[in-house]
Design a protein around this ligand. Structure first.
Ligand code: SAH
Ligand code: SF4
Length: 334
């Protein structure tokens, strides 16, 4: 604001902030279609956000999806997730959440584009920071600010039942994604430790009530881990749990992260798994990963501490896994 007198500008700069992100470093992947930003907040905490561009095809316009963080780190501690390995830092406030979207909106504006979708699938569990997430979403869906339609905002939860119930009352317009990863309680206790507090049946009931309120399908995310949750028995358990519900399942081969020996399921395991679900009348998609070479894919966001292990490490881990027997890693008998 160069029209203001210098001393006033100095005073304003001392008392107010125009941005809660102190500094952001960007790395590109997928030939520039994916970019990851590492943001430093005022107190030094680091969070990440990701931009994914989907070029327009066959009459569809180009989409630009921003994946944002709601917390620095995460307390849930899913063992296949780099953010979980990091542990909990702190909740972000609404401005820190919105500023991640502003960051990408400014960069897109240079090429005449704008943010079309926002997904709460970065670091953190959004339903454990729901007040700030609701305030941020109010800004994102406000026609005078970002003006996104509710269905272009997706909130992904590892299954915080009371949070889903609150959303059903307050915001029955978002797209809800539930991170399922296992239907059998004993395995889900291991893969999503929150299952011990909010058991999967109650999560699915709450998500179904949300779906009924919106008339739209819930997305169930299922990270496929080699030999662990990709067996025919696991597929049958998911089919039993979701049969007849407004549901869509996304099967996502696990993205490798530095701290575990677990590896993505092989295609010969994923296809039959999908066939069982489709056979039960459940819409099922096998997802392709974006941004994994820069640690920007789902579950790899760990503020530069996680990311992709070296190929030799992956090879060693596969050998170790085969020796150890994958089942015992999940605490299952033999
Ligand atoms: N905490 C929320 C949202 C952030 S995680 C949640 O768990 O839903 C976003 C998604 O990435 C979740 O579905 C999560 O299970 C998935 N994810 C975590 N680690 C992953 C990995 N290593 N490979 C693939 N997906 C992963
Ligand atoms: Fe947290 Fe989601 Fe990672 Fe689980 S998958 S540790 S809930 S960010």
């Amino acid at each position: 604001m160069r029209t203001l007198p210098g001393p006033l500008r100095t005073a304003l700069a001392g008392d107010f902030r125009a941005d809660t992100l102190d500094d952001s470093a960007v790395r590109p992947a997928d030939r520039g279609l994916t970019e990851k930003a590492l943001h430093r907040l005022a107190d030094g905490q680091l969070v990440e956000s990701v931009l994914m561009r989907y070029p327009g095809r066959q009459g569809y316009r180009e989409r630009a999806t921003v994946c944002i963080s709601s917390q620095a780190g995460c307390a849930v501690g899913c063992p296949f997730c780099a953010t979980g390995e990091l542990g909990f830092g702190r909740d972000l406030d609404a401005a820190e959440i919105v500023d991640q979207v502003r960051f990408w909106a400014r960069r897109l504006a240079v090429s005449g584009m704008h943010v079309t979708n926002v997904v709460f699938m970065g670091m953190g569990e959004p339903l454990l920071n729901l007040d700030a997430v609701l305030e941020a979403a109010a800004a994102l869906t406000d026609p005078a600010r970002f003006g996104l339609g509710g269905r272009h905002v997706t909130v992904s939860t590892s299954g915080v039942t009371p949070g889903i119930e609150r959303l059903t009352v307050l915001r029955p317009s978002w797209t809800l994604a539930v991170s399922l990863h296992a239907a059998r309680p004993s395995l889900r206790d291991v893969l999503v430790p929150l299952n011990r507090r909010y058991p999967v049946e109650g999560v699915v009931e709450a998500a179904s009530a949300y779906a009924d309120a919106t008339g739209r399908r819930v997305s169930y995310e299922y990270v496929m881990i080699d030999g662990l949750n990709d067996t025919p028995a696991d597929a049958a358990a998911v089919a039993t749990l979701l049969r007849g519900r407004l549901a869509h399942v996304n099967l996502i081969p696990m993205n490798p992260v530095a701290h575990t020996a677990w590896l993505p399921s092989r295609p010969e395991r994923i296809e039959p798994f999908a066939a069982v679900l489709r056979g039960a009348g459940i819409a099922t998609t096998i997802r392709r990963t974006r941004g994994d070479e820069i640690g920007a894919a789902c579950g790899q966001l760990a503020a530069e501490r996680g990311g992709m292990p070296a190929p030799a490490t992956v090879r060693r881990r596969r050998e170790h896994l085969e020796r150890a027997g994958a089942a015992s890693l999940a605490g299952r008998p033999g």
